[in-house]
Design a binder for this molecule. Structure first.
Ligand code: MRU
Length: 339
């Protein structure tokens, strides 16, 4: 099933609750904007491309539930919903990209009924396109992988970070589909363990060999010659850096030191052509993510905590960007990729 989808009968958003994986595979339904925003903030749905779909469907919820009786009021309701959605996760640019794309689509509408249809249509289109885009990323990216490669990845840039197939894991899936034998080393990805909980689970579902390590083992593992290539996803790509899950930057330095190719796989909706490292807000997460694992306390209750969700990897540490438009080796001009 898809990670997130629109149920047109019940006019609700259905998604896999990723906070419960790998213990439980449970599908939840968000029937209003508040429950969808809660699901985004608490990472029930997560990963930049899946957040784009969530943003689009959030607008579909807003238009469905609005009681506005004039175009002006409805457009205002949509703008308020857009700001609320975008504020839930500030770093992954795909969320804002999708919400703004849906807003832009309403410019073609002329009455209350047509606006509702347009918003829902555009939201579904964003989700459908995501799957095609990831397959295209996979088609290009698989060429970079050789039969027998061991690929290290960080966090989860798989089908659960997208509507389906995945970006970084999509490249691996496409290589396996071509008959190449690929095995994966998944970094645990503290504090929320998306690598340990989700990447391992989804690769095992597909019978792709995967070995789990803690984040702090990556240097040792690369030094031991256990890694042929590294592929990660991205949450925002600016002119100078790639923002991805905290820990990515460290892996990129070690990979560079050991001359291990370091690839970033992402759709062009992840590119922020107006952004630079110092213009982007890095999401700071709740301190309790470091003080507890589930209900188990693992640090002093009141210890001071620094918990940024993402870091920035400079382009010079990146061997190539894999997109649905092809493979680009830095230094690249983002505007040219987006043309
Ligand atoms: O905080 P998350 O889980 O939403 O973080 C997103 C990620 O999983 C990664 O950073 C990922 O590599 C990019 S999204 C395909």
């Amino acid at each position: 099933m898809r990670t997130i989808d629109w149920n047109d009968e019940s006019k609700s958003v259905v998604m896999i609750d990723q906070t419960l994986l790998p213990v439980e595979l449970n599908v939840i339904e968000c029937k209003n904007l508040a429950s969808l925003c809660e699901a985004i903030r608490s990472l029930r749905v997560r990963g930049a491309p899946a957040l784009a779909a969530a943003g689009g469907f959030g607008m579909a919820l807003a238009v469905t539930l609005s009681s506005a009786n004039s175009m002006e009021k409805l457009l205002n309701d949509l703008k308020v919903a857009a700001s609320t959605l975008i504020a839930t996760r500030p770093t992954a640019v795909n969320l804002a990209w999708a919400v703004n794309r849906v807003l832009k689509a309403t410019e073609d509408s002329y009455d209350l009924e047509s606006i509702k249809d347009i918003v829902i249509f555009e939201a579904i289109r964003i989700a459908d396109e995501d799957v095609k885009i990831n397959k295209a990323i996979g088609k290009y990216g698989q060429k970079l992988l050789d039969d027998g490669d061991t690929v290290m990845t960080h966090c989860n840039a798989g089908r659960l970070a997208c509507v389906d197939w995945g970006t970084a894991l999509g490249v691996i899936r496409s290589a396996v589909e071509k008959g190449k034998e690929i095995s994966v080393i998944a970094c645990e990805t503290r504090p929320l363990n998306q690598g340990g909980r989700i990447t391992t689970w989804e690769l095992m579902q597909d019978n792709i060999p995967v070995k789990l390590i803690t984040d702090s083992m990556s240097g040792h593992v690369m030094r031991q010659g256990m890694v042929d290539k590294m592929i990660v996803g991205a949450d925002r790509i600016t002119q100078d850096v790639v923002f991805n899950k905290i820990g990515t930057y460290t892996h990129s330095i070690v990979a560079k030191e050991h001359e291990i190719p370091f690839y970033v796989a992402a759709p062009v909706s992840t590119f922020d052509p107006n952004g630079w490292e110092d213009t982007v807000t890095i999401e700071q997460r709740d301190a309790d993510e470091l003080r507890y694992i589930g209900d188990v306390q693992i640090a002093p209750k009141n210890v001071d905590v620094y918990n940024p969700a993402f870091d920035a990897t400079p382009m010079e540490n990146i061997t190539a960007l894999i997109t649905e438009k092809g493979i680009f080796e830095p230094p690249v001009l983002i505007d040219e990729i987006l043309m």
